[in-house]
Design a protein around this ligand. Structure first.
Ligand SMILES: Cc1cc2nc3c(=O)[nH]c(=O)nc-3n(C[C@H](O)[C@H](O)[C@H](O)COP(=O)(O)OP(=O)(O)OC[C@H]3O[C@@H](n4cnc5c(N)ncnc54)[C@H](O)[C@@H]3O)c2cc1C
Length: 422
């Protein structure tokens, strides 16, 4: 299997379209929806839903691979590029506005969880929603007070009611990205869902963890709070309370019985292996926006970056900008490797966490440096740079903090288990 560094044509075509969307629909509304947190840009959502249906065959949800048809073996086999495509789309949308990217209709983390932990029937049932008439959202709820980095400490409980054959879920989930749009029944949106992680047997530890598809409007589930945040303010972040919430038996992702293995927990980790490089791609989009802005502003002031000069002949600004670009490219190469491995079904826990660690570092440092170089232009709310500086930090927090991903990298390299190195 070879690695191709040239952007595949179908991806380049989608990037071209998304760049126009980013320039015309996202940047123009960025400030307004940053200032008016919790307002919903319906026109953007509607537009993107239709656009993704026509160009992407649905949405930003991971796609099911089509089974081979008779005669397919005669056709030249093209390398799989599903995750590479997703990463490129997410990078471009986040270049436009990361808050808007997070409210682009489609699967998000919820669909990724169904994709990695669900059965073929569940994937067919739940992922098909994103291609339907109305824009639809899905979220994933893992974090609880006292169970963030240590996901195995979750206390949400799911108990099977033998009489009705329903799961009864109790607990409270915090910081659920897109939780509101995925769960609340909006007239404008289709039937979304939140994938809620709970324990079916607290005595079994990680082996007892399972994910449940909790559909929009389920009785006993409420949006208890919406966070006010530093950045990504166009994206809702919800607290979801579940009190005797009843979920159909078939909505459990994975086995309903507890084997003495960590299969349940592995389902969560498998989801993150797929999505961490996508979070990294999103951060890289924000970082690229900042670097390009700096270069444009410098060019307006007559300052061009003179590539190829010996270091001692460069100005400090030239060195800074070139360093930013080096970091940006190296972070993107790590993403490409992680998604290439995902596309080719190779275990990528190491590469996935590496890409997220690097992108988290790069986007926070680049946006900070950009604000420093631009001075007042970087600090004023008249321009978007200060917003990108605020939007950047989340890359290093959700789906495993920088510290936790460093631990994953160390464990993978040194061959330690989670218990041995924590
Ligand atoms: C805007 C936003 C959106 C989010 N979206 C979602 C979502 O959609 N779904 C979801 O389930 N969660 C979501 N989260 C939650 C996020 O994943 C957690 O905040 C994150 O995993 C950290 O958990 P914590 O907040 O409990 O921090 P803690 O685990 O309490 O960590 C606090 C600090 O200690 C460090 N730390 C912890 N353990 C170790 C260790 N062993 N070694 C070294 N350092 C350590 C951490 O890196 C961090 O710096 C979101 C969070 C935010 C802010």
């Amino acid at each position: 299997m070879s690695i191709e560094f040239e952007t595949p044509k179908p991806i380049a075509q989608i990037q071209f379209v998304l760049k126009t969307v980013a320039e015309n629909m996202m940047r123009s509304q960025s400030r307004a929806f940053d200032e008016n947190e919790h307002e919903i840009p319906y026109s953007y959502i509607e537009f993107m839903h239709n656009a993704m249906r026509s160009i992407g065959g649905g949405s930003l949800a991971p796609k099911e691979e089509k089974p081979a048809k008779e005669g397919d073996e005669k056709k030249e086999k093209r390398p799989p590029i599903g995750y590479q495509n997703l990463a490129a789309q997410i990078e471009m949308l986040s270049w436009g506005d990361v808050g808007f990217y997070l409210i682009t209709p489609g699967g998000g983390l919820g669909a990724a969880a169904v994709q990695s932990a669900g059965s073929a029937e569940q994937r067919a049932k739940f992922l098909a929603r994103f291609s339907e008439e109305k824009p639809t959202f899905a979220a994933m709820a893992m974090t609880e007070a006292g169970a963030g980095s240590d996901t195995s400490a979750i206390r949400t409980r799911a108990v099977l009611d033998e009489a009705t054959q329903e799961w009864v879920i109790n607990g409270e989930k915090i910081f659920v990205t897109g939780g509101d749009k995925s769960f609340k029944e909006y007239e404008q949106f289709g039937k979304g869902f939140v994938v809620v992680w709970a324990s079916i047997d607290p005595t079994a530890g990680r082996a007892g963890m399972r994910a449940f598809v909790v559909e929009s409007g389920t009785k006993g589930v409420t949006i208890a709070k919406l966070e006010h945040k530093l950045g990504i303010r166009a994206s809702d972040t919800a607290t979801i309370a579940l009190v005797d919430a009843r979920v159909p038996y078939d909505n459990i992702l994975g086995s309903p019985t507890v084997e003495k293995t960590t299969t349940g927990f592995k389902g969560a980790m498998a989801t993150f292996d797929m999505t961490r490089p996508l979070v990294a791609a999103s951060g890289i989009g924000v970082a690229r926006a900042a670097v390009e802005y700096v270069k444009e502003q410098l060019a307006e002031q007559g300052v061009q970056i003179r590539y190829g000069l010996p270091r001692q002949k460069m100005t400090a600004i030239e060195r800074d900008v070139i360093e930013m670009e080096i970091q940006l490219r190296s972070a993107w190469l790590l993403v490409l490797k992680a998604v290439w491995m995902a596309d080719n079904k190779k275990p990528n826990a190491l590469e996935s966490s590496m890409s997220k660690v690097k992108a988290g570092d790069v986007v926070t440092k680049i946006t900070q440096k950009a604000v420093e170089i631009m001075g007042p232009l970087g600090y004023s709310r008249e321009f978007l740079l200060e917003k990108w500086f605020r939007d950047a930090k989340i890359t290093d927090i959700y789906e495993g903090t920088g510290q936790i991903n460093r631990l994953v990298v160390a464990r993978q390299i040194l061959g330690y288990s989670g218990k041995e190195l924590r």
